[in-house]
Structure formats: structure tokens, C-alpha cells
Design a protein around this ligand. Structure first.
Ligand SMILES: Nc1ncnc2c1ncn2[C@@H]1O[C@H](COP(=O)(O)OP(=O)(O)OP(=O)(O)O)[C@@H](O)[C@H]1O
Length: 350
């Protein structure tokens, strides 16, 4: 029998390692690839961990050095966004414009049709189209990060972990005798900047790039000093260093004049927003046949909304109820139930 070939992204972590085991058991002819994206403190342990597992499973494994491209496409974007007063979404940009397209390119070069990862996301068919669907583990669902993938790529995907919980994934590794893999820590946050992004910016650009400025309230009244606009994000409440009688949030950031506007929660709500870089699987999903919801942060709830396309890649979203802390630069992701319909990047909100 001709076994189906699949290229699997192997990060050395629990998830993609278990994905390798499952794909092999499901009869796929697996090839592993590990990208070198960014190495904190020159730590390359993940490369040998991925290679060791591949050897143990008897699958070919490649290492692809993508550090220069990652720096140019993802790290530079991340820094630019903060320096422009916006809040970036590096994992989304990486998955949609970098990691998955790169995997597809490598797969094409090797004559491999299918591409797999250890993402907690499912695949589904509806109305003649292929969609992604939330993973069954609500704590691990990663569909939010993949809204920018074209259907042509989705059709090539295999996602062995979408129907599993993290606990089950660890158990699968244990049952097969891979105890270290089962116990590996979850990766936290942005891979190249797992801690505070402010220290990252200072380290990259130098302290002198940032200058203090003023906090203003909604009427333009100065109410204190801030440390430089890139160190704040819309919706931020903690760490403002303001001693006011009531809680306040960052409402607006202006890179041009180093201004940070703050407001009480009541001033933070928005009802409409404009998106760019919009990608949807089937625009007729937005014609009224689905109850559309929108999520504007990974860990935030979905809000019912209507979506109006302005052009191929621009849209206006009208929320059914006001939503607070809508940050330019962040993603807005559309669902119909747990079916991922698409998304876009927030340009502005009112
Ligand atoms: N450096 C890399 N090289 C190849 N594939 C990668 C790499 N980093 C991540 N991936 C793929 O993307 C998937 C999602 O990555 P992410 O970092 O979000 O997840 P994770 O839950 O930490 O996964 P893992 O436990 O496998 O590290 C991984 O399961 C893996 O298949």
C-alpha cells in the first residue's frame, strides 16, 4: 500500500512529539522538520530533542535555519508595531504568513502533500469548503492563531491533536514510554519574548530611544507622566504608576506625540471597528446564514457581531453589544459556533 506522506513541524515539545507518534500509528509516512526561528541564550536543546525522537521513531528529520527570515519578518514587525503605538500579534503573523507557508514550501520541494503540526485545532467540511474548528480542549484551543490560512493550505493539513486534551496528550506519551516528553513544560507566550516585552524593546533598541511623556484623560487634561508610549497597550490597567481614586485603562496611544490617553472602564467600550488583512474561507458565511461571533483577544469571550466587507481585504465589524479594550494591531477572529470563518487585523475602533 502507498502510505500517505506528511511533513510534520517538530518543535521538540510534547505536542508535536505526540503528533509524530500518532501520525505514525495512523499509517502516515512522516518526515519531521524543525525550524530554527529564534534561540534565547543560544539554547538549541530543542534541536537534539526533536532529532532524538525522530531517530527513535525511525523517521527522517531535517533542521531548517530560518533565523534570518524570522528576524526580518516577525521580530522586526513586532518591534515596529509597538514603536507605531499598536499592539502586535506575532504568533498569528508567524503562523499565517511564515510558519505554515514555509512548511508548505518545504513540503512542495520534497513532493509531500500533507502538512501537520501539534496545534490543538480540528478540521471540518461545511458547504463544500474546508474549515478549521476549535480544538476540543477549551484551555488549549489554538484556532485563534490560524485565521489567516488560505483554504488551499487547510486542505493539506493534518491536525492529530485537535480531538484531544493536553492531559490525554501527555498520557499518550507516557503510555508509549516517552516519559521526558510527557513531562515537558508548556511553552509560554511569544517564543522570542516570553517575558516582559518592554525589556525586550529596551534591549533591542537601547534605552535612549524611549522618552517620558504625559498621560492625558479623555478631555486632554494632563494627569501624570508615563515612561514612553511603546510601553503601554490599549486596555492595560496595571503598571500605569498612577494613583487615582478609581481604576483607569489605556484608551489610546499616539506615537506621533508620545501621548497615552487613559479612561475609566466606561470610556473603553467600542461598537464598531475597521479591519485590514482580512481573510475568510467563504464570504457568503457572513450573509446572514450563520450567527457570527468575534473574538479580539486569545483569552477573551466571543461577541456576536455583523461583518460588512469594504473590499477584498478590508471589513467593518459591528458588535451587537459594546466591547472594551479593542486594540489596534490585534486580531479580530470570526467564528460560527466553533467553526473558524476567518479574521483580520484591527485598524481602528469607535
Ligand atoms: N521550531 C519549530 N519547528 C517546527 N515546527 C514547529 C516549531 N515551533 C512550533 N512548531 C509547530 O507548531 C505547533 C504549534 O506550536 P506552538 O509553539 O504554538 O505550540 P506548543 O503547544 O508549544 O507545541 P509543542 O508542545 O509541540 O512545542 C507545534 O506543535 C509544532 O508542530
Amino acid at each position: 500500500m502507498n502510505r500517505k506522506k506528511v511533513l510534520l513541524g517538530m518543535s521538540g515539545g510534547t505536542d508535536s512529539s505526540v503528533a509524530a507518534m500518532l501520525l505514525q500509528e495512523q499509517g502516515y509516512d512522516v518526515t519531521g522538520i524543525t525550524f530554527r526561528f529564534y534561540e534565547i541564550d543560544e539554547n538549541t536543546a530543542y534541536l537534539s530533542e526533536a532529532a532524538e525522537l525522530a531517530a527513535r521513531l525511525g523517521i527522517p528529520h531535517y533542521i531548517y535555519d530560518a533565523r534570518a527570515e524570522f528576524e526580518k519578518n516577525i521580530v522586526a514587525y513586532f518591534i515596529d508595531e509597538y514603536m507605531s503605538g499598536r499592539t502586535p500579534v506575532p504568533c498569528i503573523v508567524c503562523n499565517n504568513t511564515f510558519k505554515w507557508p514555509l512548511m508548505a514550501k518545504v513540503a512542495d520541494e520534497q513532493g509531500i502533500r500533507h502538512i501537520a503540526t501539534g496545534h490543538y485545532v480540528r478540521l471540518m467540511e461545511a458547504g463544500g469548503h474546508s474549515y478549521l474548528q476549535s480544538g476540543v480542549d477549551p484551555d488549549k484551543d489554538q484556532s485563534f492563531f490560524l485565521w489567516g490560512l488560505p483554504e488551499i493550505l487547510i486542505k493539506r493539513m493534518i491536525l492529530p491533536l485537535g480531538t484531544l486534551t493536553k492531559t490525554e496528550v501527555r498520557e499518550i506519551a507516557r503510555q508509549r514510554g516517552f516519559f521526558q516528553i510527557a513531562a515537558r513544560k508548556d511553552s509560554l507566550g511569544v517564543c522570542f519574548c516570553p517575558g516582559d516585552y518592554r525589556s525586550f524593546l529596551k534591549k533591542r533598541l537601547g534605552e535612549s530611544v524611549f522618552s517620558e511623556g504625559f498621560y492625558e484623560d479623555e478631555s486632554g487634561k494632563i494627569i501624570g507622566k508615563h515612561k514612553g508610549y511603546p510601553f503601554y497597550t490599549v486596555g492595560q490597567r496595571r503598571g500605569l504608576g498612577l494613583n487615582l481614586q478609581h481604576p483607569v485603562f489605556v484608551k489610546e496611544i499616539s506615537a506621533q506625540d508620545n501621548r497615552v490617553v487613559i479612561a475609566p472602564l466606561s470610556g473603553m467600550y467600542k461598537i464598531r471597528m475597521i479591519l485590514k488583512s482580512v481573510n475568510v474561507i467563504d464570504s457568503s458565511d457572513f450573509d446572514g446564514r450563520c450567527a457570527i461571533t468575534c473574538r479580539i483577544r486569545y483569552r477573551k469571550q466571543n461577541t456576536p457581531c455583523r461583518v460588512f466587507f469594504i473590499s477584498d481585504n478590508q471589513a467593518e465589524v459591528r458588535f451587537d453589544e459594546p466591547v472594551h479594550s479593542v486594540a489596534p494591531g490585534q486580531a479580530a477572529v470570526f467564528y460560527c459556533g466553533d467553526r473558524l470563518l476567518g479574521g483580520g487585523i484591527i485598524v481602528s475602533a469607535e
